[in-house]
Design a protein around this ligand. Structure first.
Ligand code: FAD
Ligand code: MLT
Ligand code: ZN
Length: 476
């Protein structure tokens, strides 16, 4: 703690408090629990009180400070919970007992932007929306976008391998992240912060940390390839009578819009009712069982307009779409996107939310919602489906007035078994965190899980990094 210099006063003060705990005989920040011990039962809907509450929050500004903190914690067997914008949906960013929270909130500096290649290098705590604004002013955009953009950090995005609404066009972070700087559990600095499109020198170590949810290292800086800002962006919001028509629209859309298609999202009629009821949004088109949001991004306004108009004429003529509206100005585009992006918030106003994030072959995407709705009957308040249809990613959400154990027992493991039977994934983009870790076996073989445990043991032998997350206890 003494080595942390001037600007790190806050960190030093907090570490001081921690040292005090240590010198008073509180050897670990885990209260009565030891690293590796089973966490208490997870109570859905629980707020920060009782055991799930940290006493220490550290907000370093530099990679060196992160390294000092981890070295200190590793030596003393203190558990650490890395935290970005705290928008994660699987409980990975919050402590299980009283783990020390290591927040990247003050690590928010942009390091460089190459104005020719579009390669951005920045600290892990930069907020996604701020990065996008910075880039837009320089004629670039971030290759990812998601509803939590106003709060989530790029480090958190990489740590969860976040998908979002632009993945269809720009691909996963596994392709756009070019380099990472990571601090390992013992404080070792791993500098893989290259800015090269191609680098086949040995194993691609950065991939280990993408999607590792804070269990293998703390990401301190990111190098990412950013696309040029499109000159023309348009959004069409369409209504369909059946899910089959949604699929026909998607198929036609891929063929007709081709390279300018940048998002294909869907929501069902119940999602629309929830954003209308709880957030007072207005449905811009005739009420429909399904809605799709299609975004085009291109470099030539009239070319894109011709393509979109041609496509819309076709889907209308074929009867795939019953009504629709198109937006070309910023305000209307934002209003249409809000209908899709605000579903998560609307659901939270509906009661307790049971959230599922499933990857499936696109033709089967909505059948899961139909089956769960039939299974739960009147037992649930709402059963809704929405998501990134273009990526085969369904968000199935169920609500009830308050948390109900018997309802949960009717949903799980049914949903996981259904997904596994259809060769899907039980976590398409949100990760496993605390809430889903027990279900990893539905999507991964025992050999794969064993290798994950071996990698964890190699990189974090004392298990101080985000314990109780991602991997279930091996004896369980
Ligand atoms: P946090 O929530 O703080 O942390 C998430 C995990 O990453 C935790 O396990 C944490 O320990 C770890 N972590 C955080 N920072 C670091 C770091 N620097 N180094 C190592 N580990 C770290 N997700 C999607 O994939 N697609 C979506 O479309 C999407 N939309 C969303 C919309 C809303 C309204 C909300 C609330 C959430 C949404 N999410 C979505 C989920 C969430 O926003 C993403 O998982 C996001 O990437 C988390 O970033 P964060 O900075 O908030 O991370
Ligand atoms: C989304 O696509 O809106 C998010 O992943 C959030 C959610 O699943 O609620
Ligand atoms: Zn999503």
């Amino acid at each position: 703690a003494e080595k942390l210099g001037g600007p790190a006063r806050e960190v030093k003060d907090l570490l001081g408090r921690l040292v005090e705990r240590v010198s008073r005989g509180l050897e670990t920040a885990l209260g009565p629990f030891e690293v590796g011990q089973d966490p208490p039962e997870y109570y859905p809907g629980e707020t920060c009180c009782g055991p799930r509450c940290s006493k220490v929050l550290l907000r370093p500004r530099t990679t060196e400070e992160v390294s000092e903190i981890l070295r200190y914690c590793n030596q003393r067997n203190l558990a650490v919970n890395p935290q970005g914008g705290n928008t994660g949906l699987v409980g990975g960013s919050v402590p299980v007992f009283d783990e020390i929270i290591l927040s990247t909130a003050l690590m928010n500096q942009i390091i460089s932007l190459d104005s020719i290649s579009g390669i951005l290098v920045c600290q892990a705590g930069c907020i996604l929306e701020k990065l996008n604004q910075y880039l837009e002013e320089r004629d670039f955009i971030m290759p990812l976008d998601l509803g939590a953009k106003g709060s989530c950090h790029i480090g958190g995005n990489v740590a969860t391998n976040a998908g979002g609404v632009r993945l269809l066009r720009y691909g996963s972070l596994r392709g756009t992240v070019l380099g990472l700087e990571v601090v390992l559990a013992d404080g070792t600095l791993l500098n893989c912060l290259t800015s090269l499109r191609k680098d086949n020198t040995g194993y691609d170590l950065k991939q280990l940390f993408i999607g590792s949810e804070g269990t293998l290292g703390v990401i301190t800086a990111v190098s990412i390839l950013c696309p040029r800002k499109p000159a023309s962006v348009k959004v069409a919001f369409l209504g369909c009578e059946t899910f089959q028509q949604v699929l026909e629209t998607f198929s036609l859309c891929k063929g007709s819009l081709g390279e300018i298609l940048s998002a294909f999202e869907f929501l069902d009629g119940d999602c629309m009712k929830l954003v209308q009821k709880h957030l007072h949004h207005t449905n811009p088109i005739t009420e429909s069982p399904f809605y799709v949001l299609i975004e085009t991004s291109g470099s030539n306004v009239s070319h894109d307009e011709d393509k979109l108009n041609h496509f819309l004429e076709k889907v209308m003529a074929l009867g795939f779409v019953t009504d629709g509206t198109v937006a070309t100005d910023d305000m209307k585009i934002k209003a249409l996107w809000a209908l899709r992006e605000h579903i998560t918030e609307a659901l939270t106003h509906d009661g307790y939310v049971y959230k599922y994030d499933i990857s499936l072959p696109v033709e089967q995407l909505y059948q899961l919602v139909v089956d769960v709705r039939a299974r739960l009957g009147m037992g649930a308040k709402n059963v809704v489906g929405y998501g990134h249809l273009g990526d085969g990613n369904l968000h199935l959400n169920v609500t009830s007035s308050t948390f109900d154990n018997s309802l949960l027992a009717s949903i799980e493991p049914f949903v996981y078994e259904w997904a596994a039977r259809h060769r899907g994934s039980i976590s398409a983009e949100h990760g496993l965190g605390l809430k889903k870790k027990q279900h990893i076996h539905y999507s991964k073989t025992k050999e794969a899980i064993l290798l994950m445990h071996q990698l964890k043991a190699q990189l974090d032998p004392k298990g101080i990094l985000n314990p109780y997350k991602v991997l279930a206890d091996r004896s369980a």
